[in-house]
Design a protein around this ligand. Structure first.
Ligand SMILES: Cc1cc2nc3c(=O)[nH]c(=O)nc-3n(C[C@H](O)[C@H](O)[C@H](O)COP(=O)(O)O)c2cc1C
Ligand SMILES: [Fe+2]
Ligand SMILES: [Fe+2]
Length: 395
């Protein structure tokens, strides 16, 4: 066990890095890789593993536990989150350490049984309950739907360290150091916004509940299941999560997402961008929906106050790459945005109607009159796109 894997007096890092998987959850690209963080809390009487790792890395985790504990056996496996990126190693952990008792809430234990057929050697805990490891104590906080129903957090009271599961986590493997004080943590922040927007973004309300539930918990270190351990940047990370989960834009910029087969809708999107720039918007993110990965689009939608969606009509509906984007934004129920829609068609306009319908039962509201163009945009149409930009930013 190298020095920088010892996080504090009682806590050791026993997680792993994945730089081989191209898409996390078979969906989200991870160019910086991802870490599956696991921690070992060694008390005077008992030792607890906090969360497992993805199954293909289970043997590494087991080796790190043996290296840290020597002849001593781990007593508990606390499961803050049952998603298989953290629970996949359960069966192998039980095989390696037969005395291990699994600690989780009722929902966790039902999932453990359903996924791994394990029903014995379990300890069901309730919100606020404590578990003594001898000279130190774990306390459990149920924080459901951040981002699964069973998610909870575990506090090591004496060391003011909170194990938060996926909350406050991010994409990006750990390149040597584990704690943010020992690295340049800056590259992880955009990856936190992208992780949050893609995976947690629908559950802002529950992230807010979790933050409220933690009000009484005293901690100065956060150990998430992905990315760095937060100590130096803890308040920045908590602020970022608070803002994202309140759906507050991070800046006054604009996201333009367009689909275009033959360039006509794209010309409208370009005209909107020119108008936004004229109106003084400095950070404008543009995405061709057929090219940009959805996670980068969603991250920009969470980041910027303004959102413009431009799409062709396709087979009496929405151009499919834009339908994917629109559905993903609608699924996340995002309020507090200034939104404009642009549609194109050749014989029967459907794009604006389809986008409007997708947002109908969501808090995402159009802020300006939509524009529909037929065939190729003429000078008037392009002028209306620039005007829409000015109206959108209130100028
Ligand atoms: C396969 C396909 C299906 C289309 N279906 C429709 C349609 O149902 N109704 C319509 O008005 N236009 C339809 N169009 C025309 C497009 O909407 C039109 O080409 C587009 O709005 C032009 O924008 P673009 O140059 O940005 O692709 C279709 C085009 C293609 C290629
Ligand atoms: Fe998860
Ligand atoms: Fe995870």
């Amino acid at each position: 066990m190298t020095m920088n894997k010892r996080i504090s007096d009682k806590i050791y890092y026993i997680g792993v890095n994945d730089r081989a998987t191209a898409k996390f959850e078979a969906m989200w690209p991870i160019p910086m890789g991802v870490s599956y963080n696991s921690y070992l809390v060694v008390g005077s009487e008992k030792a607890a593993i906090i969360d497992g790792v993805e199954v293909s890395h289970a043997l590494s985790q087991i080796a790190y536990i043996r290296e840290t504990l020597g002849d001593r056996q781990p007593d508990y496996l606390v499961i803050n989150h049952m998603e298989p990126d953290h629970s996949g190693s359960i069966a192998l952990l039980l095989h390696a350490f037969p005395g291990l008792q699994i600690v989780g809430n009722n929902q966790t234990l039902a999932m453990v049984k359903g996924y791994y057929g394990v029903a014995d050697h379990t300890i069901a805990i309730k919100d606020g309950e404590e578990l003594s490891l001898g000279d130190v104590t774990l306390q459990f906080f149920l924080t459901p739907l951040v981002h699964w129903p069973e998610t909870m957090m575990t506090l090591l009271k004496e060391e003011k360290t909170l194990f938060t599961g996926d909350a406050f986590g991010c994409f990006g493997a750990l390149n040597g150091a584990v704690v943010d004080t020992e690295m340049d943590a800056e590259p992880y922040f955009p990856e936190m916004v992208r992780y949050y927007s893609s995976i947690v973004g629908k559950y802002g309300r529950f992230v807010q509940k979790a933050i409220a539930r933690l009000a009484g918990a005293e901690f100065d270190t956060v150990c998430p299941t992905h990315g760095p351990v937060w100590r130096e940047h803890l308040s920045r990370v908590v602020d970022l999560y608070d803002k994202l989960s309140r759906y507050e834009p991070l800046d006054e910029g604009a996201t333009i997402v367009y689909g275009s087969m033959y360039g006509n809708t794209e010309r409208m999107a370009e005209a909107v961008a020119e108008g936004l720039a004229e109106a003084g918007v400095r950070n404008i993110s543009m995405h061709n929906a057929s090219v940009s990965d959805l996670s980068y689009i969603l991250a920009d939608v969470f980041r910027h106050r303004h959102l413009v969606l431009a799409a062709p009509t396709y087979s009496d509906g929405l151009f499919p790459p834009m339908a994917t984007v629109v559905d993903a934004i609608a699924a996340r129920s995002i309020p507090n945005r200034r939104v404009a829609l642009v549609g194109s068609h050749t014989w029967a306009p459907r794009a604006v109607k389809a986008m409007t319908a997708a947002f109908e039962s969501t808090p995402t509201e159009q802020s300006v009159e939509p524009i529909t163009i037929k065939h190729s945009p003429d000078a008037d149409a392009l002028a209306s796109a620039r005007a829409l930009a000015h109206t959108l930013v209130g100028k």
